[in-house]
Design a protein around this ligand. Structure first.
Ligand SMILES: [Zn+2]
Length: 175
C-alpha cells in the first residue's frame, strides 16, 4: 500500500500527494473532465438513407399497382408520367444507396485517420494526474498544470492538440 502511495507525484499547486490520483481513478470518482480520450468512431448513420429508400420503393410499388390496375381508366400520357415517376424513384433509391455507401466509407477513413491521434492522446492521458484539493490536472514530468482547454482538447482528440501538448512537454523537459 505504501509503495502505491509513494508512486504518487506531488501536486505542483499544493506540493502534497495525499489528494493526488491517477486520471482513471479521478474519472471513476466522478470527475468528468478526467475522462479518457474519446475513441474516434464513425458517427455516420445510414438509417435516414435506408428509410428514404424504403419509402421511395414503397411509392414505386404503389405507382406500379396503380399503373397496372387502372389501365382502362387513365390515358397513355398519365401512364407514361407514372412510369417515368416509377423509374425516377428507382434511380433515386439507387443513387441514395450509392451515396450512403460512400458516406460510410468516408466516415471509416476519417475515423482511421484519427486513431493515431487518439493513441497519442491516450498515452499522454495515462501520464497525467489529478489533485482533488486543487481540482487540477497536472503533468508530473514537468510539474505543469494543464489548462481546462488543454484537458478538453486531449479528451476530444482534436487533431493538432495532442502534438501541441507533447511538443510543449518536450520543450519543458529539455529546458
Ligand atoms: Zn494539489
Amino acid at each position: 500500500m505504501s509503495s502505491v502511495e509513494s508512486k504518487k507525484p506531488l501536486c505542483p499547486v499544493c506540493n502534497q500527494s495525499d489528494q493526488v490520483m491517477a486520471m482513471q481513478t479521478a474519472y471513476d470518482a466522478g470527475v468528468a473532465r478526467c475522462a479518457p480520450p474519446t475513441m474516434p468512431t464513425r458517427n455516420i448513420s445510414m438509417m435516414p438513407y435506408i428509410i428514404f429508400s424504403v419509402i421511395l420503393v414503397g411509392i414505386c410499388i404503389v405507382l406500379i399497382l396503380v399503373l397496372i390496375g387502372s389501365e382502362s381508366n387513365i390515358g397513355s400520357i398519365a401512364e407514361y408520367i407514372l412510369l417515368g415517376l416509377t423509374l425516377l424513384s428507382i434511380i433515386t433509391a439507387l443513387v441514395l444507396s450509392y451515396y450512403a455507401f460512400q458516406r460510410v466509407v468516408k466516415g471509416d477513413n476519417e475515423a482511421t485517420l484519427l486513431f493515431p491521434a487518439w493513441d497519442r492522446a491516450t498515452a499522454v492521458w495515462r501520464t497525467l494526474y489529478y489533485c482533488k484539493r486543487d481540482d487540477a490536472v497536472f503533468d508530473p514530468k514537468n510539474a505543469s498544470v494543464l489548462t481546462a482547454a488543454q484537458v478538453s482538447a486531449l479528451r476530444s482528440v482534436e487533431e493538432g492538440a495532442v502534438q501541441t501538448l507533447t511538443a510543449h512537454a518536450q520543450k519543458q523537459s529539455v529546458s
